[in-house]
Design a protein around this ligand. Sequence first.
Ligand code: ZN
Length: 169
Amino acid sequence: MGLFDEVSVIGPSPFKCASGHVQGGPFQTKSTEDPAMERYYLAEGRLFLADRLCDWDDDASAPEQSVEHVPDSEQCILVVKRPLTAQAMTRQLCVYRACSRCKEVEYRSATTARFRDSLESRSPWVEYEITLIDGKLARVVPIRLETREDVIRQLKEQGLSVVEETARR
Ligand SMILES: [Zn+2]
């Protein structure tokens, strides 16, 4: 059905891309029992489920918000308190995302090859399998961590034309 859930990390993250960029998420996962665009958080080694975002439109369930002043500054910080409920889930979840800190690899897709300026891009993939036991993070196993070189090689294997910095000038 194409539905997934999201998992984000609060605090130190056990996830890194192949180039060492720490990944806080959000990761996508389709491994929960019934993926439904829920927002999960990993914090202090435990799994939490957040109140649904779409419920925020409803005043009755709006999260608690406040404004904090930054000392000696004109700036303020919007503080949103969003209730989290600890989950006693025992399950293996496959979580994945593209690294947003690795530089994207630009390429010309087969369908847009005729148009010189039509570029597509792909970022290195980050995929882990995490094991939760009673909601506690018990194991973190890297499944697929791509470097830019991996992405470039795969695109070339698919017969796609990779556009690197030097070639574009
Ligand atoms: Zn990266």
